[in-house]
Design a protein around this ligand. Structure first.
Ligand code: AMP
Length: 212
């Protein structure tokens, strides 16, 4: 199974770029954070555990993430775009073993900018659409542009959880880019540019790396 990965600090725009690339090449976009939030919504025992861990800004267990990814991708035919996976070395090892990794896009953003963006992020309670009061504001301050839902701040976008999540990123995820670089799979793209400009860079690159 072909796979493409978006790697980057929280707020670097992985979700936005993964969605655009998915629309362009028809690979399925899998956002692990969203899969986990769906478990929380269900109110299952797993969901309750996940809720506590994610609200603290910590990572959930590798076993849970790897099982979820396996279940989600088993029926896929064309290819997958992962956003939020891998975040640990154990997850990266599984990725390299089980998928044919075409490319890893590392969206590079300074830590201070990430904190600023996460603090300004708002999510629709109903459809889950993401906004950013600085870079992608909704037309009306507290309402979704797409549905009648109200916008809220995710529990893990509060200052203490943001600090913890960023610390976890530097502790467990940031170094994974070296692993992919050694395998000539990595392209680093500055996440400070505009959404379209970044998408164009990725589009040009993926055209060279997609199987014919
Ligand atoms: P995100 O929406 O990508 O910021 O993810 C929200 C939360 O889900 C993270 O702060 C983690 O608690 C959890 N999470 C998402 N992806 C992973 C992963 N690959 N491994 C472990 N935990 C994850």
């Amino acid at each position: 199974m072909n796979a493409i990965v978006f790697l980057g600090i929280q707020g670097s725009g992985k979700g936005t770029q993964a969605k655009l690339l998915s629309e362009l090449i028809g690979y399925r976009h899998i956002n692990i954070g969203e899969l986990l939030r769906a478990q929380i919504q269900k109110g299952s025992d797993t969901g309750k555990q996940v809720d506590k861990i994610t609200t603290r800004g910590e990572l959930v267990s590798d076993e849970l993430v790897i099982d979820m990814i396996g279940a989600e991708t088993s029926q896929e035919k064309k290819g997958i775009i992962f956003d939020g996976f891998p975040r640990t070395l154990a997850q990266a090892v599984v990725l390299l073993e089980k998928y044919h990794l075409l490319r890893v896009y590392y969206l590079d953003l300074p830590e201070q900018e990430a904190v600023k963006r996460l603090s300004a992020r708002r999510t629709c309670r109903v459809c889950g659409e993401n906004y950013n009061l600085l870079t992608h504001p909704p037309r009306s301050p507290a309402l979704c542009d797409i549905c009648p839902g109200h916008l809220c701040r995710r529990p893990d976008d509060k200052p203490i959880a943001i600090r913890k999540r960023i610390a976890e990123f530097y502790r467990q995820t940031h170094n994974l880019k070296d692993l992919f670089e050694e395998k000539n799979l990595l392209l680093t793209v500055s996440a400070s540019g505009g959404i379209k400009e970044i998408a164009e860079t990725i589009k040009r690159d993926i055209q060279i790396h997609l199987p014919r």
